[in-house]
Design a protein around this ligand. Structure first.
Ligand code: GDD
Ligand code: MG
Length: 363
């Protein structure tokens, strides 16, 4: 039997994508179904037999190590490498090459750090071994591929082009996209130029293709979500709780709700659709919360109605306030009798007085 490969997890970048969450915790550490999001990716890799994972980080690296340590709590051996300046996806992969133990022809798994998926990791590795590819990519199909890397393949699954973030309608030649999980032959990693930013999507893949390298795609229609927006993050967390997104790291049973220790839920409050109530949060009487995440220490007062929203750590949502598709930042205070709709972002520590905001479509 072949041993599972070691893996690289990409959790860096410019960090700008953290801001839309308005919560203070860096995105990979924001709880999804009650544990830092990264835990799900680490636990799924472990369940597929992976033992050694190198985290390639470029910002706020100091938040990962104190929490995950050497990884032994998850049965893993974790290492951390921090870039001085973000090196891009390819540069980050090359930058951790010295930590790999694999031989030149061995497979190495690489994961984007912001993906929630039911990918069969062992099947991707098996595809890689049987096709003899230099790089194998997990592909998924999406309705609107413009925010992703487009990856057309031939009838055997061999990749014919890689088009990152296509700009023109002519470039949209397929609905298959790069799902952010790869197997690289180790020697391909060593061949990425060192010491400068490299995008694996814009530079490495196109160059490999034009030099005749074998890139193999594995289309898989399992659960897949890029957690790039707060809405996606809340959706992913709810899907973990509901059991739609598989992860061995969800604490507690799958179901309509997950209420963590020391959280209190008053009688008559209704939590549905994969709602998570984190440590020490308090939910008042007759509040109705659907498909949402309430972070640690937050307070939701009686009669509030919340759906598809994230309530930040220590925030307060006043009585009878209605939130739909909203992010309330850490420590923010939304007074009673407000109504906030899709896309509203309440900044950390901001204060909205009682009865200040109503929504009207003016139709
Ligand atoms: N260490 C490190 N350093 N990591 C980085 C850097 C960097 O400079 N830049 C990005 N990353 C990490 C991010 O943290 C993320 O986990 C992953 O690499 C991908 O970067 P994103 O910034 O999230 O890219 P994207 O979502 O726009 O596009 C990527 O993912 C899509 C699937 O969600 C591309 O790989 C697309 O081709 C793909 O379709
Ligand atoms: Mg992303």
């Amino acid at each position: 039997m072949n041993q599972a490969p070691e893996a690289i997890l990409l959790v860096g970048g410019k960090g700008t994508r953290l801001r839309p969450l308005t919560v203070r915790t860096p995105k990979p550490m924001v709880p999804a179904a009650g544990v830092p999001f990264l835990t799900h990716q680490l636990a799924r890799a472990r369940a597929a037999g992976v033992e050694h994972i190198v985290l390639a980080t470029s910002y706020l690296a100091e938040v990962f190590e104190p929490y995950f340590g050497d990884g032994s709590a998850l049965g893993l051996h974790l290492e951390y490498v921090t870039e001085d300046e973000p090196l891009g996806t390819g540069g980050a992969i090359r930058n951790v090459a010295s930590r790999l133990r694999s031989g030149p022809d061995d497979p190495v798994l690489i994961f984007n750090g912001d993906i929630l998926t039911g990918l069969d990791i062992e099947a991707l590795v098996a595809t890689h071994r049987s096709s003899g590819a230099d790089v194998s990519l997990h592909l998924t199909r999406v309705d609107d591929p413009r925010a992703f890397g487009l990856v057309p393949t031939d009838e055997t699954g061999r990749v014919t082009a890689f088009l990152e973030k296509p700009q023109t309608p002519e470039e949209i030649v397929t609905d298959q996209i790069n799902a952010g999980a790869y197997v690289f032959r180790r020697s391909v990693i060593d061949a990425i130029p060192a010491g400068r930013p490299v995008s694996v999507e814009r530079e490495t893949f196109p160059e490999l293709l034009s030099s005749g390298a074998h890139l193999q795609g594995m289309v898989d229609s399992t659960y897949w979500l890029d957690l790039g927006t707060p809405q996606a993050f809340v959706r992913g967390s709810a899907d973990l709780v509901l059991g739609r997104a598989p992860s061995p790291a969800v604490p507690g049973r799958r179901g309509d709700r997950l209420v963590l220790s020391d959280a209190s839920v008053a009688p008559g409050a209704k939590l549905t659709g994969g709602t998570v109530v984190c440590e020490g949060a308090r939910i008042g009487e007759d509040a109705r919360i659907e498909g949402s995440t309430v972070l640690a220490g937050a307070v939701v007062e009686p009669g509030a109605v919340i759906s598809d929203s994230l309530v930040g750590a220590g925030a307060r949502v006043g009585a009878r306030t209605v939130l739909s598709g909203v992010v309330v930042g850490d420590g923010a205070d939304v007074g009673e009798d407000n109504e906030l709709q899709d896309g509203a972002r309440v900044w950390c520590d901001a204060v909205i007085p009682a009865g200040a905001i109503r929504f009207s479509s003016d139709q």
